[in-house]
Structure formats: C-alpha cells, structure tokens
Design a protein around this ligand. Structure first.
Ligand SMILES: [Zn+2]
Length: 147
C-alpha cells in the first residue's frame, strides 16, 4: 500500500516532467495558472484514498465535513437560511456515504476520476486535465505497487 507521501512524490515527478514537456512545446499557461493547476492535481492525487480507513485524505475530509455539518446546522438553527440547511444535509449525506466506501472500490476507478474532475472542467478544462493527471497517477501507482 502506497502512503500519501509516495503518491505526492510520484505525482510531483510526473508533474515536473509534464511541465518540462509543456515548456519545451511553449504550451505553458503562465506561472499562476500552472501553479494552481499543479496544486489541484496534488489534491486529486490524494483524493482516491478517502475510502482508506486510516488515510490522511479521509481524516481531512472527515474533519472538514463534520465541522461543516455542525457549523451549518448551528447557522440554520439561528437564521433559518435554506442554503445552510442544504449544505448541512449534503455534508451529512457525504459523511454517511464515506462510511459505506470500501477501500480501493469505486473511488479507485477512472470513471470517478472523470466524475470528480468534471466540475473543474466547467471553470477551466486545463485545471481539470491536471486534476485527472493527479487522480490517474494515484491509480497507476496503486495498481503497479500493490498488486
Ligand atoms: Zn489508493
């Protein structure tokens, strides 16, 4: 099983090579765009392991969603704002789904890579490609080293 450091190191190597190729072809988008794209890819390379019982990604997602659910519940109780209720419900449902996930199940698939990168593609297809690169390097490393 590859840990998050191994996934980040492998992704960083692939990202460096990709940036070198883009620079050679004069296809870089600019420093800020490239840095944010690389950062999104780094986040996405950790994302598949939110289904792993003791992963850093699951821990971070669990804490963030729990805090969001509690804070929006309090916010809804105080303001009766419908948006707070929706965010609270979405956070709670996502937490329930996370409890049902099996490690290296559906999240460790290219289909989920596309599904999770699609919202980014609406804003920036370039950033979505980096998200896909990050996600797929995770799948590649898991498949190569764990089987
Ligand atoms: Zn994994």
């Amino acid at each position: 099983m590859s840990g998050y450091r191994t996934h980040l190191l492998f992704y960083s190597t692939v990202a460096f090579i990709t940036q070198w190729i883009l620079a050679t072809l004069h296809m870089q988008k600019g420093t800020l765009t490239d840095l944010t794209a690389i950062a999104i890819g780094a986040a996405y390379t950790l994302l598949p392991d939110i289904d792993a019982p003791h992963s850093k990604a699951k821990s971070a997602a669990w804490k963030t969603l729990s805090a969001t659910a509690v804070l929006t519940f309090i916010g809804y109780a105080m303001t009766k704002d419908g948006t707070m209720k929706t965010i609270c419900a979405a956070s709670a449902i996502t937490l329930c789904i996370m409890m049902l996930l099996r490690h290296r199940g559906a999240l460790h698939s290219s289909l989920f890579a596309v599904i999770l990168a699609a919202p980014i593609a609406i804003i920036s297809p370039y950033h979505a490609l980096w998200a896909l690169l990050g996600y797929e390097t995770h799948l590649l490393l898991d498949g190569t080293l764990s089987n």
